[in-house]
Design a protein around this ligand. Structure first.
Ligand code: SAM
Length: 366
């Protein structure tokens, strides 16, 4: 099978790399759409960093809320952003090309908020993520050097170990504040997707491990008011939880006992941050803490998601490498780890946007 596939790949690649074939494929009506799609995808790969930087400039200059408040001329954008008029003109045109802005018809060249700009404003977590990527891109500025050595500045941004080691030390709160705020900003969309996919009303007590500032647990209570919810995270993180409905336990899931008595445990965007050995031990401890028939909900973006492959192994693959730990895993790999930890059944619950988050529910034997 592998030998046959390798021969086919060799034959196909020889055609695709041949300039004569490329010219023919771009003209022949049956291959033209494929050739165009392939060229577009390749160009996105080449230019993706520049697109991201246009978005970053739009966020940093607060261009999008400015356009949301009313259509503007380039001179107004320049005055608002502090950019020279030529730079402001280049930014609004680039933003429009990406759907973030939109040129209005008419001679006075005014710019409105674009459809993707509106979607971005409606999703504050995305804007925070774009701004946060400054650290990631600095880490990836020399990608080969980065691949030689795991862990860049992102490793100190995600200061799990430092915060764990510094328990009780007030400095630990500073170490986790930035990532906790970033996670809280991006969590509402994730929580809605998970809770739309999995009906938690059948459960009585939820333990959200690595639950950050409690955004997911609070969203769960909004859906299931009879549920009781506890958030377990590092002590410096749970100290920030403000919602009085949430119980909290500060500790490390690698060394401290997990609170028992919960029929539902969730791990939302937690497992991909850790190595296989840590994950295997954590899943086994969750299994032990659950009552018979209890459920573990594991939700995160996964590798090899059809149609979203680049988000898994390209984006999260390099992000987590720069962070110095963890890896994106496929649903099949996670299923294997869950069964290995003792769970008897693993079911996937489909989410509306699998590129962002997928949900596996694993059951302990009753
Ligand atoms: C990527 S964040 C996800 C937070 C939240 N579940 C969400 O989706 O927004 C990972 C969380 O795991 C927590 N964490 C990491 N290592 C931990 C450990 N050893 N024990 C407890 N929590 C830990 C971090 O503090 C952080 O809040």
């Amino acid at each position: 099978m592998a030998a046959w596939r390798e021969r086919w790949i060799g034959w196909r690649n020889a055609r695709l790399a041949d300039p004569g074939f490329q010219r023919w494929a771009a003209r022949f009506p049956l291959t033209r759409p494929v050739a165009r799609r392939r060229a577009g995808r390749l160009f996105d790969t080449v230019a993706g960093f520049v697109y991201s930087q246009v978005a970053a400039a739009a966020i940093e200059t607060r261009l999008l809320p400015f356009l949301q408040a009313g259509a503007r001329t380039v001179a107004e954008v320049a005055a608002h952003s502090g950019l020279p008029p030529a730079g402001a003109a280049r930014l609004v045109k680039a933003a429009a090309a990406l759907g973030l802005a939109e040129r209005l018809p008419g001679p006075d060249e005014r710019w409105a908020l674009g459809a993707d700009g509106a979607a971005l404003i409606g999703n504050p977590g995305v804007a925070e993520m774009i701004a946060h990527h400054r650290i990631l891109y600095a880490d990836l500025a020399d990608p080969v050097a980065r691949l030689r050595e795991r862990g860049g500045s992102l490793a100190s941004y995600w200061a799990y170990d430092a915060a764990d080691a510094a328990r009780g030390n007030p400095d630990a709160a500073g170490a986790v504040a930035a990532y906790s705020a970033l996670m809280a900003a991006s969590q509402p969309g994730i929580a809605a997707a998970v809770l739309d996919a999995y009906d938690i009303r059948r459960h009585g007590r939820l333990l959200d491990i690595g639950g950050g500032q409690g955004v997911f647990a609070a969203a769960a209570l909004d859906r299931a008011p009879r549920l009781a919810a506890t958030v377990f995270d590092l002590p410096a993180v749970v100290a920030h939880i403000a919602d009085p409905r949430l119980a909290r336990t500060g500790g490390s899931f690698t060394t401290d006992p997990l609170p028992a008595g919960h029929d539902l445990v969730s791990l939302i965007r937690v497992v991909h941050d850790h190595e296989d050995a840590v994950v295997a031990a954590l899943l086994a401890r969750v299994h032990a803490a659950l009552p018979p028939g209890g459920t573990l909900l594991l939700a995160e973006p996964m590798a090899e998601t059809p149609g979203a492959e680049p988000i898994g192994d390209a984006y999260f693959g390099l992000y987590l490498w720069a962070m110095g730990r963890g890896e994106p895993r496929s649903a099949a790999r996670l299923r294997f780890l869950l069964m290995d930890a003792g769970f008897v059944r693993v079911r996937e619950h489909r989410t509306a946007i699998p590129a962002l988050v997928r949900v596996l529910a694993a059951t302990k034997a009753s």
